[in-house]
Write a protein that binds this ligand. Sequence first.
Ligand SMILES: Cc1cc2nc3c(=O)[nH]c(=O)nc-3n(C[C@H](O)[C@H](O)[C@H](O)COP(=O)(O)OP(=O)(O)OC[C@H]3O[C@@H](n4cnc5c(N)ncnc54)[C@H](O)[C@@H]3O)c2cc1C
Length: 461
Amino acid sequence: MSQGEPRIVIIGAGPTGLGAGYRLQELGHEDWVILEANDYVGGLATSFTDEAGFTYDIGGHVMFSHYDYYDELVSKLMGDDFTELQREAWVWMEDRFIPYPFQNNIRDLDPQTVFDCVSGLIQTQRQEHQPTNFREWVDAVMGPGIARHFMIPYNFKVWATPAELMNFVWIGERVSVVDAETILRNVILGEDQVSWGPNNTFRYPLRGGTGFLYDGMRRFVEDHLELETPVASVDPAAKEVRTADGRVWPYDVLLSTMPLNHLIGCTESVPDAVRRAVDGLHWSGSHIVGVGIDRQADTTKNWIYFPEPEVPFYRVTYLSNYSPYITPRPGQTLLLTETSQSTHKPEDPTTIVDRVIDGLVATGLMEEDDRQRVVTTWLCSPEMSYPVPSVTRDASLGTIQPWLRSQGIWSRGRFGAWLYEIGNMDHSAMQGVEFVNQVLFGDPESVWIARGEGVAGDGIR
Ligand SMILES: Cc1cc2nc3c(=O)[nH]c(=O)nc-3n(C[C@H](O)[C@H](O)[C@H](O)COP(=O)(O)OP(=O)(O)OC[C@H]3O[C@@H](n4cnc5c(N)ncnc54)[C@H](O)[C@@H]3O)c2cc1C
């Protein structure tokens, strides 16, 4: 460590790196830099506007914040320029829409499906279970009927990973668990339980999509920002980062938000056990397809889940319902679809746009005639979009993260921490903020979770 202010190097200008940079400028810290590979900020939370004037996010990005600091920052960035939406989520299966969450609203499905789901739930409540993976957890908590009709096919479509290979520590607030009484009320008394209501609203920037927020953070970090500066290697012994242009950036403390496997891959003198542990980290990629249609949307829905394997996407967002400025002209629609991919679930990028349009027609989101009204399409295929909570993940993190910390390196953010359960924008930005608070004041982190064994260490002052 040098005397005085620590020199802080930040890899990546996504929400995590920007959160750290924002906090550093707020505190008046001088000695820091953000190194970003792209020529723009925002990472996976960036938005793009195409030549036709439609604005796309990299998949539906909904802001449900858990933190006052992040809320205040978002309010400061958006001012009055936002829309406020009521979350309206649906599931489309068996040729019909049912309100989300599926498991509490099964009454409108085929009688055989309803019977399978209810009898499976009764069966499972009679047994003791000790699940060891996500597949067993679904069976144990929801029963084989709900598992077969919804949870297993849907989750395979999202994660592009068999449920047997996933853990279930990430579930927390991410999966609505079933309650037998709610299901019986739904089926017998005909009461729906929808996920939207007065407390389920979210804000969305009026212009520029989700990425508006991170573009807005740029002005606070501009003087310390190096765009088009990919990091090529890290030397923890010398405490230096080398960028692809040959420049060397000494640091006292390093915050890396690049994917953890890439960080280990480009770091020198990594112990064998740490290098091997990277094999336990799994991820999926995506094809995000936007379809701009010259027709008014005929629904107020926000997004729809699609569990059935023959439908090529797992989710469609009516992005044009989020803000009138998402489309160049009033009376147009922008549908944003998400399709996952991995070695378990390869997807042909050359046919995905056509398959998505066919799927939109097959599910009734587009009329046959709408094919003629498509004014633009957009494809974005991030190679890494979901850090999969695999059964091997926590042991890997428990080996990798303590070693990095012993070298003065914090790896945080969606793929830096590799923790889906804290991988949203608010979690990510706050991991950046809390990194700074820990380094400068010794404050413990509250967002980041030390998964796996033996993670230790105080803040470096
Ligand atoms: C399909 C999808 C849907 C999502 N939906 C939601 C949602 O509904 N709500 C929500 O809150 N969040 C959502 N998210 C998550 C959100 O995008 C992330 O929380 C956020 O982008 C993570 O920020 P980050 O800074 O940790 O990582 P990233 O956004 O991945 O940023 C990392 C940055 O590091 C840079 N980088 C990588 N390697 C290097 C290198 N070698 N040198 C220099 N720079 C490098 C990258 O270019 C990038 O800019 C979604 C994400 C996806 C993919």
